[in-house]
Design a protein around this ligand. Structure first.
Ligand code: AMP
Ligand code: MG
Length: 400
């Protein structure tokens, strides 16, 4: 039986995805959201000529020969300008961010002056016309585009949007991802597992990955391995109207692997089941109305690696982002044997100051400790011949 390739599986998952709708949110909540529209400036910045230093506002022509005494006629401070006009041989005190008084064209820094009574004496230093004046519109003008559609907002983007007086912005609605963890053996983290039970890690890990990718995770929790329990969990899922449903476990061929059967009863249009990859062979994908469904294997490393390879790009597509090119190259520190028909994703660490990559000896898909320690996944294409130490191999840097 020929299995679907990883690339083909991903392109089927992404086929026909259109971005989520938009919503307007306060700028205070914008971190890591995706802009659905460009952000324009609502005003010019700075809105007036302003001083970049604490000092004195003068006319350059008055201070060509130093030292020179000027008459102090007022003060301009940030938030309250000097209302008058500076005339010949006059100056005002001025502070950073204060509007440049009419008539003045230059700032003399405080350190180069001496103030006595109503006079300031310019003693030394540069007096170049326009120095330390930030011209109106130096940063940006009203109506100017500050940020483009599709930007994932980081603190620096939020800063410029706010400076442009945007109290709210239009972003993509977060794709909603319902997560359902199947298994009679599972208890939530932090509870006392009974005999023969294990702690469920997939749900919390996938939820974290969803949130990191810009989605909104709705963790439905642990579901027992019965068709009734699955059906009632799915009732809750449909109430949430998710864009994506993720199940973990129960995707294989055992008699407790009920996910596919129950999903089919609910109207699933199966896209594929099982792909040529390790870890993660029993991956399942389908659609139910507008909802996309990914059935992940229960093995923790498989479920998380498959989430990164398939769910992450799906969320990015739902947020309107172009597919990322994510592969890098690294040199093997140790030889690898020939590969079989499944594309292999081997956990590895960067060694020799990042010049080489060393795969872990054990690659069992249950072993989360090595996934946590790994820097990357070494990708071994199907039927790859043996690879010698020093050979260059594709790697996917672990960013989750
Ligand atoms: P399954 O795909 O249901 O056959 O599960 C495969 C393996 O993954 C079994 O050893 C399960 O105990 C384990 N497993 C299933 N679900 C989880 C989970 N949510 N967290 C951690 N391990 C799990
Ligand atoms: Mg199971």
């Amino acid at each position: 039986m020929s299995l679907l390739s990883v690339d083909e599986a991903l392109s089927r998952i992404l086929d026909g995805v259109s971005p989520t709708g938009t919503e307007t949110i306060p700028i205070q909540s914008a971190l890591r959201r995706t802009l659905a529209e460009p952000v324009l400036s609502q005003r010019t910045q700075p809105p007036f000529d302003t001083s970049a230093m604490d000092g004195y506002a003068v006319r350059a022509e008055d201070v060509t020969i130093l030292p020179k005494a000027l008459k102090l006629v007022g003060r301009s401070v940030a938030g309250k300008r000097f209302e008058g006009v500076i005339g010949s041989a006059e100056a005002t005190r001025i502070f950073t961010g204060a509007p440049l008084p009419e008539g003045a064209d230059t700032i003399i820094i405080q350190e180069n002056t001496r103030e006595t009574g109503g006079t300031v004496e310019v003693l030394e230093g540069s007096t170049d016309r326009g120095q330390f004046v930030r011209r109106r519109g130096l940063d940006f003008g009203a109506g100017q585009q500050l940020l483009s559609e599709g930007t994932i907002l980081l603190p620096r983007h939020i800063a410029v949007a706010a400076a442009g007086n945007n109290g709210s912005i239009v972003v993509r609605r977060k794709p909603r991802v319902a997560i359902l963890s199947t298994g009679d053996e599972l208890v939530p983290p932090g509870h006392a597992p009974g005999i023969d039970q294990i702690v469920a890690s997939n749900g919390v890990a996938i939820a974290a990955l969803v949130n990191a990718a810009g989605g909104e995770a709705v963790d439905i929790g642990i579901v027992r391995d019965t068709t009734e329990a699955l059906h009632s969990a799915l009732d809750r899922v449909f109430e949430e109207e998710p864009d994506v449903l993720i199940t973990s476990g129960g995707a294989s061929v055992g008699e407790h692997d009920l996910v596919q059967g129950v999903m089919t009863e609910r109207g699933l249009e199966l896209g594929f089941w099982r792909i040529a990859m390790r870890p993660g062979k029993p991956l399942m994908f389908g659609r139910l109305d507008h909802m996309r469904f990914i059935g992940l294997p229960g093995n923790p490393v498989s479920s998380l690696v498959c989430s990164r390879l398939f769910l992450w790009p799906l969320l990015k597509a739902l947020l309107g982002h172009e597919p990322e090119r994510q592969m890098e190259e690294a040199r093997l520190a140790a030889p690898l044997p020939a590969n079989d028909r499944r594309q292999d994703y081997m956990r590895g660490v960067f060694t020799d100051c990042g010049h080489t990559v060393t795969p872990f000896d054990k690659q069992d898909s249950s072993m989360l400790s090595t996934l946590a320690k790994a820097d990357c996944l070494i990708i071994r294409p199907p039927h790859a011949p043996p690879a010698a130490a020093g050979e260059s191999v594709p790697v996917l840097r672990l960013d989750f």
